[in-house]
Design a protein. Structure first.
Lengths: 76, 158
């Protein structure tokens, strides 16, 4: 999936991935896509929940050998 | 209007402080307005680490010597083992790159979390405002807490 920016959260535990995502997304324009890299499995539940609450769109989560690529589109 | 979250932080142990700050930072990241009310032993989390903390009267002086507080002096609620358990937990956290209490305090402030210290406990224990870190936003009582809690969807006691 193509993204406008990438955020590396490898090695970080809850709540830092969602905290960093919230911070990073402020730098993006509405409609742009952020790719978040993470290896804490909690991200699979946390990012969808974060998106539901904040109104941003979760485009998908790709898993590869314990690492996750999460795609979030900033709300318009 | 943003949803509100209030936390009463009553406990003064490191593990409970971590849990409280985690929730506060998570809520702030989700766009909620977060207030943390520190009361009783919880005040130890937001006391400054350096220098002596003054208080008046023999009993209060003794209490504040035994209950010095400060983010670097917080025990574990379980397996503290005179500090050995805490040292080991600190190591594990460092290995896992988990933030320390100090880092969580800084992150919480950056995320806009409000810190309120309970003046009632301060009065009983005989500690003044100068005992606390500058990150404390205000000093208040139960009404200050309830006014916020009443408007909160999430309200926790740690």
């Amino acid at each position: 999936m193509k993204a406008d920016a990438t955020l590396d959260c490898i090695g970080l535990y809850c709540p830092m991935p969602i905290y960093n995502t919230a911070k990073k997304l402020k730098e993006l324009k509405p409609g742009q896509v952020l790719e978040v890299l993470a290896d804490d499995e909690g991200i699979k539940e946390d990012m969808p929940a974060w998106c539901r609450t904040t109104g941003n769109e979760l485009l998908g989560i790709e898993e590869d050998k314990g690492e996750y690529k999460v795609y979030v589109r900033k709300a318009r | 209007m943003a949803e509100k979250v209030t936390l009463v932080v009553f406990s003064g142990e490191m593990d409970k402080a971590l849990a409280a700050f985690n929730i506060a930072i998570g809520a702030a990241s989700m766009g909620m307005k977060v207030s943390m009310f520190f009361t009783f032993w919880g005040l130890n989390i937001i006391k400054r680490n350096e220098g002596p903390i003054k208080s008046r009267g023999l009993m209060r002086k003794m209490l504040n010597r035994m209950n010095r507080g400060g983010s670097h002096r917080l025990p574990l609620s379980k397996f503290h083992m005179l500090g050995l358990g805490k040292w080991m937990m600190g190591k594990l956290m460092q290995d896992a790159k988990f933030p320390s209490v100090d880092e969580l305090i800084a992150t919480a402030k950056e995320a806009g979390v409000k810190f309120i210290a309970c003046t009632n406990t301060m009065g009983v224990m005989g500690v003044s405002k100068e005992a606390f870190i500058p990150e404390v936003d205000s000093f208040g009582g139960v009404a200050a807490y309830l006014a916020e809690a009443k408007e909160s969807r999430v309200n926790l006691f740690v």
